[in-house]
Design a protein around this ligand. Sequence first.
Ligand SMILES: C[S@@+](CC[C@H](N)C(=O)[O-])C[C@H]1O[C@@H](n2cnc3c(N)ncnc32)[C@H](O)[C@@H]1O
Length: 204
Amino acid sequence: MTELLPRLRLPALATGASLDPTGLFAVPPRQIWFEIGFGDGEHLAWQAAANPDVGFIAAEPYVNGVAALLSRIAAENLANIRIFDDDVRPLLAALPAGSIDRVFILFPDPWPKARHRRRRIVNAETLSALARLIAVGGELRLATDDRDYARWMLRLLLPRREFLWRARGPADWRRRPPDWPSTRYERKSAAAGRTGIFLSFARL
Ligand SMILES: C[S@@+](CC[C@H](N)C(=O)[O-])C[C@H]1O[C@@H](n2cnc3c(N)ncnc32)[C@H](O)[C@@H]1O
């Protein structure tokens, strides 16, 4: 936390600031992928190791999660991850339009009680921000183990003209694709008898 984080942390964002993500990496990356709420970082570290020519932006305010990701970065010598250790929302506003090729929001906090649903990170405002950020031809990947949140995600996304749900049949959302490793949250949820729902949307 004291040595590695200052080297990998995104600069503090002043109000109205803009941040070019390609400039964050020593070698300009082929694409920029962005994980929001990476938890302990196992999905992110797996993707970064499997795609060394992609630059990753990783947002997570949970300090133990940031520490866990830093341990993975150090152990695997990953050079393609930059960290935003705060609430992602100001960062969404600072990134330029079309600057991100892929976004992951995996098992976001479900907020199952009706009066708490407005706290869900997948909401109309976030989706408008992501529609601006994701380049045409890019991808938005979502996962949840909460049926109501899955319906909520689809209700918000299906009417949007910027996104197309890629599923052709139930296997496409019931089964985790091979390039999508499981996360700690998913494993805990499976142990409790819940199943994950995996949604992939193309940015039109
Ligand atoms: C249920 S956990 C899932 C973590 C991980 N994606 C996984 O599958 O194991 C949801 C994560 O989203 C993070 N989160 C919640 N609100 C956030 C926000 N506004 N910006 C960034 N991360 C957020 C939380 O700190 C938490 O680590």
